[in-house]
Design a binder for this molecule. Structure first.
Ligand SMILES: Cc1ncc(COP(=O)(O)O)c(C=O)c1O
Length: 312
């Protein structure tokens, strides 16, 4: 029996996507895999809306967050980390892990960051090497205006790093228009593929920094991903081949529906869910101006216990 997963992802997966995983395995150093990889990456670029280099990583979304930071940051580099919830905090922890200095912009949970404050901090700290932001804070149901922040960051040397793990494919993301230098996502949320793959886009501005750096991480070294992809249409290490079959099918279904249509569907469903909760007198958590369209957060009514309600 199929169970309803009481989490904001992994999301429900269409049976065509599950069945795509049941294909016979193919070698990851073959022409067949090269074609699959290239086709999946080209589809991903249409969803990210970018011409930037795009790579698939075997790992969860956090692997791509780690890849973004470990390829850009050197010991002592300053990173402006916008924190609107748990996943913003995660970026801060990753920066600290690689010896970076975190400059925090902390926002009340349930609210969004103000692009004007981002500008003030960048003006006060000319040496900020990167800015990180989580588009859709799954932990609070609030989303940041990544377009407004991108307009600010593009006038500075800082590399703009955005987590779209719970928004890509379900909310308005446009990597090129929003001036995003590095954009990361995961397979298991709005893309509606199984968990286990992450994706990352890299702009020319980001490559200029990455090419000069010595790698801080072996498995997630972006230069290796670039070399293997452009020289051989391969990944440096054995990828989760059958998950790539599934991701390719999930992207095919997304593009068939149409990206705009899918986003609008999320927007409409979010309105319906909110209306329903309001009718039940259940208070929404995120501030109205910051409300996500892929995750609705609400406060439990008195007497209802989260663990009992969700039955882990
Ligand atoms: C916004 C956001 N960032 C990062 C993550 C971490 O992703 P993963 O669990 O795939 O490593 C999640 C997972 O829920 C998320 O929602």
């Amino acid at each position: 029996m199929e169970k309803l997963i009481m989490l904001p992802g992994p999301t429900k997966i269409p049976s065509e996507v599950l069945l795509a995983m049941a294909k016979p395995i193919i070698g990851h150093r073959t022409k067949d895999f090269g074609e699959l990889l290239e086709d999946t990456i080209e589809k991903l670029k249409k969803v990210f809306i970018t011409d930037n280099d795009t790579f698939i990583v075997t790992g969860s979304g956090t692997a791509a967050m780690d890849m973004a930071i470990s390829n850009v940051i050197n010991k002592g580099d300053k990173v402006l980390t916008i924190i609107t919830g748990v996943f913003g905090e995660r970026f801060a922890k990753i920066v600290e892990t690689y010896g970076g200095e975190v400059v925090k912009l902390e926002v009340e949970y349930g609210d969004m960051a103000d692009a004007k404050v981002v500008k003030e901090i960048l003006d006060e700290n000319e040496d900020i090497k990167a800015v990180t932001v989580v588009h859709n804070e799954t932990s609070t149901g609030a989303r940041n205006d990544i377009e407004a922040i991108g307009k600010v960051v593009k006038d500075y040397d800082a590399i703009y790093i955005v987590d779209t793990i719970s928004s890509l494919g379900g909310d308005y993301v446009n990597v090129d228009k929003f001036n995003i230098d590095i954009c990361v996502t995961g397979s298991q949320k709005c893309l509606a593929a199984p968990p286990g793959l992450a994706a990352i886009t890299v702009s020319e501005k980001a490559w200029e920094v990455i090419e000069k750096n010595t790698p801080k991480n072996f498995y997630l070294n972006l230069k290796e991903y670039k070399n293997y992809y452009y020289e051989k249409k391969q990944t440096p290490y054995t990828p989760a081949v059958n998950l790539v079959f599934a991701l390719n099918k999930a992207l095919e279904l997304l593009l068939e529906e149409g990206l705009e249509n899918r986003v609008r569907r999320h927007e409409n469903l979010a309105k319906i869910v909110r209306k329903g909760l309001e009718n039940l007198n259940i208070e929404l958590f995120a501030k109205e101006r910051a409300r996500s369209i892929t995750v609705t957060s609400a406060k439990y009514p008195e007497g209802i216990d989260d663990k009992e309600f969700r039955v882990y």
